[in-house]
Design a protein around this ligand. Structure first.
Ligand SMILES: Cc1ncc(COP(=O)(O)O)c(C=O)c1O
Length: 450
């Protein structure tokens, strides 16, 4: 039978309509952070403003502890300072029992000054100076060795001090389904890790008791941790069996993903980020397989972004609306990539901080910098905003308040909101005075100007 004629139809692509994740107009405003109105926070501390939710910090680290306790009898969480070393943030983690993980003399001093005992500090990183090492050895800080020159340097300093410290070596497991971080530590698969152990033993000045390995960051595949843990467990077993080394701690580093979404990621982080329990389970499986019933050593984690990212929010204020040449709507806000460098990695979730009206359309959020690269978020469906409206940018707690730059604008206030709705500054905004206090004027220029 001849098919019936059907009239062709042209349907306008309905931007802002329903897709598989729901309707864009469902963007609900976030008017409170930790039950404190955004409007009150901005009235008290200004905009832009970083806000940390203490309860979220505590919930995350408690969750990690619970998951570890289900699988291991001996474990330690060491807070990764570089991720966020504001004193208030570190003190919440230390109150929850976390040690400190540092990667420079600067971070080491910060941890010691906050009262963390030396034996509860783990010192990693490829750039330790002789002074850093001396301080670490005097304070009984745990050193994880990154390269052979550092090994020799630690031996020299230990000799001068007349001590025989227990140390760890950083191992690079290169055969994993993640981006390679092989510039750190000694590679396992090509025999360099074993050579380092032998060299350490020949030196006779250091006692190797730990293996350390950090496989990268924002790892979305828990199986990578299973393979890492298995490789380290087998190596520890080999050292014990053939080389008279007893490994009493295995440090599996950090790298758990937060609930952010990477720029290249298709599905939103809220849906695909593994739970802390899934990561821990994968590690436990690898260790169980490698140890085959023998008692496990102490397991150390140095989790950073997975604990702090979700607890931080950046509030910003709308400065202007614009139209780009291609017709897209652009909104200029008062927070730029200088204070939110993670905008280069993530499609940060952005929400209005007040009820909105009107049809959502694809919107680009630009920061206030006079730089083309100052893009906070591309392609987000957003309802109309007016100058003076606020937006909140979610999951901004990791790496921003340590990697931010003083560039064109000054760094803003950072506050913490308590479980009882108290709020307080945890870092004061910088001003022109802050900068001027660091500057010096050479005398000859002074003379010239008067
Ligand atoms: C040695 C080491 N440990 C821990 C971390 C924390 O990583 P993350 O924030 O991905 O958990 C890092 C970060 O790069 C690191 O280099």
């Amino acid at each position: 039978m001849k098919p019936r004629y059907e009239r062709p139809v042209i349907v306008r692509h309905a931007l802002g309509g329903w897709d598989k994740f729901g309707a864009a107009s469902a963007l609900r405003p976030v008017t409170q952070l930790g039950h404190v109105p955004v409007a009150d926070l901005v009235a008290t501390y200004g905009s832009p403003l970083f806000v940390f939710n203490e309860q979220v910090l505590r919930n995350r680290v408690r969750e990690l502890r619970e998951q570890l306790a289900r699988r291991f009898s001996d474990f330690t969480i060491a807070w990764s300072y570089k991720t966020n070393y504001l004193g208030a943030i570190c003190s919440v983690f230390h109150q929850e029992g976390a040690w400190a993980e540092v990667v420079s003399g600067f971070e080491l001093e910060k941890a010691l000054r906050s009262g963390v005992p030396g034996p509860q500090i783990i010192f990693n990183g490829p750039g330790k100076s002789a002074q850093d090492i001396e301080q670490a050895l005097r304070e009984n800080v745990r050193l994880n060795i990154d390269h052979l020159d550092e090994l020799a340097l630690i031996e020299r300093v230990a000799e001068q001090l007349g001590v025989t410290p227990q140390v760890g070596i950083r191992v690079n497991v290169s055969d994993l389904p993640v981006d390679k971080w092989d510039r750190f530590g000694f590679t396992l698969e090509n025999g360099r890790a074993l050579q380092a152990v032998r060299r350490l033993q020949r030196g006779g000045r250091l006692e190797l008791t730990g293996l350390h390995c950090h496989i990268g960051t924002f790892i979305l595949d828990p199986n990578a941790y299973r393979l890492q843990a298995l490789a380290l467990a087998r190596f520890a077993h080999e050292l014990e069996r053939d080389h008279d080394v007893h490994i009493d701690s295995i440090d599996l580093g950090g790298g758990f993903a937060s609930h952010n979404t990477l720029l290249q990621q298709y599905l939103p982080g809220e849906e695909v980020t593994p739970s802390l329990g899934q990561y821990v389970e994968a590690m436990a499986e690898g260790l169980d397989e490698g140890y085959q019933g023998a008692t496990l050593p102490r397991i150390v984690l140095e989790t950073g972004r997975g604990l702090v990212d979700d607890a931080g929010t950046l509030i910003a204020t709308v400065l202007a609306n614009k139209r780009l040449v291609d017709g897209r709507r652009a909104v200029v806000i008062d927070a730029g990539v200088n204070i939110l460098p993670t905008a280069w990695w993530y499609r940060h979730a952005v929400y209005p901080a007040q009820p909105t009206r009107g049809v959502s359309e694809p919107t680009v959020f630009f920061g206030p910098l006079c730089m083309n690269i100052d893009v906070i978020r591309q392609g987000v469906m957003f309802p109309p905003l007016q100058p003076g409206d606020r937006v909140v940018i979610a999951h901004t707690g990791a790496y921003n308040v340590t990697q931010w730059q003083q560039f064109i604008t000054a760094r803003p206030n950072v506050v913490m909101v308590s479980p009882t709705r108290e709020h307080s500054l945890i870092r004061r905004a910088e001003t022109v005075d802050t900068l001027l206090a660091q500057e010096e004027m050479p005398q000859w220029l002074e003379r010239h100007s008067h």
